[in-house]
Design a protein around this ligand. Structure first.
Ligand SMILES: Nc1ncnc2c1ncn2[C@@H]1O[C@H](COP(=O)(O)OP(=O)(O)OP(=O)(O)O)[C@@H](O)[C@H]1O
Ligand SMILES: [Mg+2]
Length: 580
């Protein structure tokens, strides 16, 4: 069995009073009831890409983040927990009619490192997850009120700002020597993003990026007379969202701004970022009454000269509301998609005729295909459109329009060391920090502001920085916050198996190595063209950057089966990188 240590989020859900029900109604009835509950829970877990590790007799245990990591695994697990309770409520009457009870569930969630064993590669059939993280999730489940979800502090930290949760006290939990903070998960905040959560917590001072702001300003001036697209590219955490935020803050308040984000769990949702764009454009907020929404859409469409029963129907349908009777008659799913795409384009064109528009679409690496088509049509369409379109993406995702003349590529380089040091100082809230610590954190971050911020928060929370100028060198060196662990693991999981093997081999050697040595480690006698070819994907992506950062002290376990933890490292191009 292959095993590795990685960060996962574990969900336990148990039926309240199962034993009593079983005693009263008999084992057979209990088994049938449990089957229907398990099906319901299993569906909810799968919808979010989780894996059910096992049915515990009166509940389930599910895992998020293995065998394939998602950077938003903790949030996915939270969605599943609430979705299970919602599905249970919706099916309650049916279950009662069949089984004579209204079952209730307790759910517990925890995030942390665990040993993940895969019996069969590529399928979820044989996954086994073991360790304290699992036991703790199970204890949290037992603490939860009926039909409620308890989450650990570790999970809470990773989803903070993206969910509504209430602190329910500190509890002594078996297996832990200290009292543990526990939260009740109440709801998921609609449309919340990691950056949005950072904004609501309060951003630290914006540093550098003058050249980039200038480029955006210039593109905006040009967009007054015709379409400009700026493709902002950088690896996670490098500051794409922050740059857009700052640019927007500096913009004249009279400018018409539209924005939308793609999301890792909405890649199958047609027009996902445009749902937000349409809401913003018509001033529709979440949870607004259907009749008010209809009224706003009608008025907006009329102003733009696009009002018709069908267009209104298409927009209501896009927002997940009911189209008026007859509005979409004769249109099947495919045609609705086609007409919606045309309408979105017409809406934008009409809006740009009124005044120049600034539209931001974030995180194109998660775009759904319908939205990609809309953007493609806009970019290939009328060059006179008074639109500045700003998009962000991570480097590994390419788009068909990137080389069009209207498109400017803006690659965000790592922040200067001086800026990272200022960021670290600001985060610690101390003007005078021990120089070695400052250096250590700045080295680790390698110009990535998110890495710097998260490392500082991690060190503060763990009490690594003690009173005065004292700090724990080795703890600071080994710090790898959970939020960064999921980011890194998710990226490594996207590699081809042979590339992963090579990366693993490289990690054994260290940060600097000769290609011949790497060849020897993977069992080749010399660097052959195959080896050079397998390095190619990393050469064009930014994989080197992120793994190298991870290598500066951080440890990711690769093969717990060999009970050894290997530092994951990757050389920078200047160090022994094979020549072109
Ligand atoms: N120039 C900067 N000065 C100060 N802080 C910054 C700067 N750029 C980014 N940050 C901070 O770093 C964190 C990460 O930035 P941001 O969310 O913009 O990254 P991103 O590139 O959008 O990442 P992702 O690909 O994950 O969306 C944020 O808290 C942000 O405020
Ligand atoms: Mg972002």
């Amino acid at each position: 069995m292959e095993a590795e240590r990685r960060q996962v989020t574990v969900l336990f859900a148990d039926m309240v009073g199962f034993t009593t029900f079983s005693e009263r109604s008999g084992e057979e009835a209990a088994f049938t009831l449990m089957r229907s509950l398990e099906n319901l829970m299993d569906d909810a877990v799968r919808e979010q890409g989780g894996v059910v590790q096992g049915f515990t007799g009166d509940g389930i245990m599910a895992v998020f983040g293995a065998p394939v990591a998602f950077e938003d695994a903790p949030l996915r697990a939270c969605r599943v927990a609430l979705s299970i309770l919602k599905k249970l409520k919706a099916g309650e009457a049916d279950i009662e009619a069949k089984h004579g009870v209204r079952p209730q569930l307790r759910i517990g969630l925890n995030t942390g490192a665990a040993v993940v064993g895969k019996v069969q590669r590529g399928t979820d059939a044989g996954i086994t997850v073991l360790g304290d993280t699992v036991n703790f999730a199970s204890r949290l489940q037992a603490l939860a009120e009926p039909n409620a979800v308890c989450i650990s502090e570790a999970t809470h930290r990773l989803v903070q700002g993206m969910v509504e949760a209430s602190f329910v006290g500190e509890h002594l939990i078996k297996g832990k020597s200290e009292q543990q903070k526990v939260y009740r998960l109440d709801a998921i905040r609609q449309g919340a993003t990691r950056f949005g959560a950072a904004v609501s917590r309060g951003l630290s001072a914006f540093l550098g990026r003058e050249r980039e702001l200038e480029a955006l300003e210039q593109a905006f001036v040009q967009a007054r007379s015709g379409l400009r697209v700026v493709d902002v590219v950088a690896e996670p955490g490098m500051g794409k969202s922050r740059l857009l935020h700052e640019f927007r803050q500096r913009m004249d308040k009279s400018v018409f701004v539209l924005s939308g984000s793609c999301s890792p769990d909405a890649q199958q949702t047609a027009f996902f970022p445009f749902i937000e764009v349409v809401r913003g454009s018509f001033g529709v907020s979440f949870g607004e009454a259907e009749k008010d929404v209809t009224q706003k859409l009608k008025m907006g469409l009329t102003v733009l000269g696009l009002h018709s029963a069908r267009n209104l129907g298409l927009l209501l349908h896009l927002l997940g509301l009911n189209a008026p009777d007859g509005a979409l008659t004769g249109l099947d799913g495919v045609l609705i998609g086609l007409r919606t795409r045309e309408l979105l384009q017409q809406l934008l064109e009409a809006r740009c005729r009124l005044s120049p528009v600034f539209m931001m679409i974030e995180d194109l690496h998660w775009i759904d295909s319908a939205s990609e088509e809309v953007l493609g049509k806009i970019i290939e369409g009328d060059a006179k459109l008074r639109l500045l379109l700003l998009t962000t993406r991570r480097p590994e995702y390419l788009l068909p329009w990137l080389d069009r003349p209207v498109v400017t590529n803006l690659l965000l380089e790592p922040l200067a060391v001086g800026h990272i040091r200022r960021l670290v100082q600001a985060r610690f809230g101390a003007e005078v920090l021990p120089e070695p610590l400052l250096r250590q954190v700045a080295d680790k971050a390698e110009g990535n502001p998110l890495f710097a911020e998260e490392t500082v928060s991690y060190l503060i929370e763990r009490g690594v920085i003690r009173a005065g100028a004292d700090f724990d060198h080795s703890a600071a060196g080994a710090a790898l916050p959970g939020s960064l662990q999921t980011l890194l693991t998710a990226r490594v999981d996207r590699l081809q198996p042979k590339d992963r093997a090579l990366l693993q081999a490289a990690s054994v050697i260290g940060r600097q190595f000769d290609p011949d040595l790497l060849a020897a480690v993977i069992g080749e006698t010399e660097v052959d063209p195959r080896l050079a070819a397998s390095l190619e994907p990393w050469r064009s992506s930014d994989m080197r950057g992120s793994t190298a950062r991870n290598g500066s002290g951080a440890r990711v376990s690769w093969n717990a089966g060999r009970s050894r933890s290997l530092p994951l490292r990757w050389p920078t191009r200047s160090h022994g990188w094979p020549g072109p």
